[in-house]
Every structure is written in C-alpha cells, then in structure tokens.
Design a protein around this ligand. Sequence first.
Ligand SMILES: O=C(O)CCC(=O)C(=O)O
Length: 283
Amino acid sequence: MDKTLLPTTNADGLPIIPMNEEQKYIFDLKGWITLPGLLDEEQLDTIREHQMKFLYERNSLPPEEQDNHGGPSQILLDHPAVVGVLNEILSHQGLATEDCYGFRFDHTYTSHRQAGHNNFNPHGGGGYFNFSGNSHIYQMQMGRIHAGLTRVVWELNEVRDGDGGTMFLSGSHKTAFPRPPALSERDSPLWESYSCPAGSVVIFTEALCHTGTQWTNETWDRLCLFTCYNTINAKWGKACPLKKVIESLPSKRQTLFRGVWHGMSEVPGINKYYDEANTGRFG
Ligand SMILES: O=C(O)CCC(=O)C(=O)O
C-alpha cells in the first residue's frame, strides 16, 4: 500500500508510531491487540478527573469539555500509537493527507464499573462474510487487511488477570460457522482476555465475537472509554460530539468528525477536509 500520504504526526505534532510486523500478524490472527502503558500518571490523573466529571458533574465542565473526548480527553482520539494502528488496519488512503486522517470517529461511550457489574453478552463474529453496509466487516488480501468498524478501548485503571476486562473469541472474525452456544458460555476455554497497566489500549475489530464480563476487583473500579472508528464514508453509531466541542479541537483532530461521504476530484469535491458545512453532525 502507498502510505506516503498518511499523516506522519498527530494533531499535537507528535510522530505517529507505526504498527510493527508482529502487531499486524497478531491482529490479523486474533482480531485484537493490546498497546500497554501509553499514558503517564499526570495525563491519567487529568483524564480520569475529566471522565468522572463528564459522567457525574457534567454541568461543572466548560461547554467544549462536555464530551467523552472533550478537554484533556481529546488526546485519546489520535494518540500516536492508536493512529499508527488505524493507519494500517482502517485508513482509506485515497482520503488521507498529512493534514487529514484516513479514517473517522464513529461513536463512543465511557464505562465506569464497580465490583459486581456484569456485562456478559457475547456478540459478533464471522464478519469476514458480512457485506459492507453492516460495518462489522473484516477484509484481507495478502499483506493487507481492512478491519471495518474498529473499537479502541482505553483502560484508565489497571486491569489484572481475572478482574473482568473485555473478552474475545480470538479468530472468530473469520469464522464460517454459527457459534455453538456452549463454546461461548462464560467459562468456555476459548475466551481470551488481557491484563494491562492503567493508560493502555485494546483495539479490536467489531467483526470479532466479544463480550464484557463481571468486574470482580473490589479495590478499584474499571474506568474505560469504548471508542469506535470507521471508514470515512460509513457510520454505525448515531451520536456525534456537539459543534462547540469539535470547534475547540486542533484542525487535524477535527477531520475525524467530517461528513460521511467520499466524493471525487479536488477539495471541496473530495472529502479530505473538515469545515462547518462538512461535519458528521446531523443538525
Ligand atoms: O463491556 C465490555 O467489556 C465490552 C463492551 C462491548 O462488547 C462493546 O462495546 O461492544
């Protein structure tokens, strides 16, 4: 793939960290990957505080911060390591420039879970065989993949073995057969999960069978963002941040929120820019 036009820095001017060959192989094999320890303590403290205020004291935040990815949490949107992965598995090269990402934000939510919270609900899998309007797709050619709707989970607190991080049926994004119910019981040996320090990312294709489970850690809560990205001309979730939130972001970050279309020829005929009229907001 010609990657010469993919952004080499993020919206804060930090160099993008490309996906390495081992990460590509593991992602293609399993459908998910972890990137441990991407944030320092100061960033984590600020982002945790923002998320808790967003969840429980939203009106105490300035208007442009009243969003999961507003204010200090905007750096999660295009962290250099996340962009490196999305450049490889999701970006549409024809719509990427140095100033414009080749993928778009789809939707997000923040989850705050205390011990006992249960989110066991296996879903997805077999996405290799889905048509593209489904968004939960997975495509591959020799040496290249396209992951369709892609989830980036930001774990803001440490997750230990058995605490209750998201679980995956590794490889199920390519399965041809319906999932036998017994194989996705909670205690099935096929489930895989992860442990990671605070400030880590877990990236998975939504074409993969996955589920939440019970959070068992009595000492600290799970606090995470489940942020989805998609192809420029596709959108799965309905929500989009408010205009004043998007307007407060640097211009390269704003391109994550451009309208859902492709087009052709030169800008503004082709969708390689964000402006007030070219937004993913419906109203
Ligand atoms: O609760 C979790 O850990 C996973 C959430 C999930 O399955 C999803 O967002 O699609």
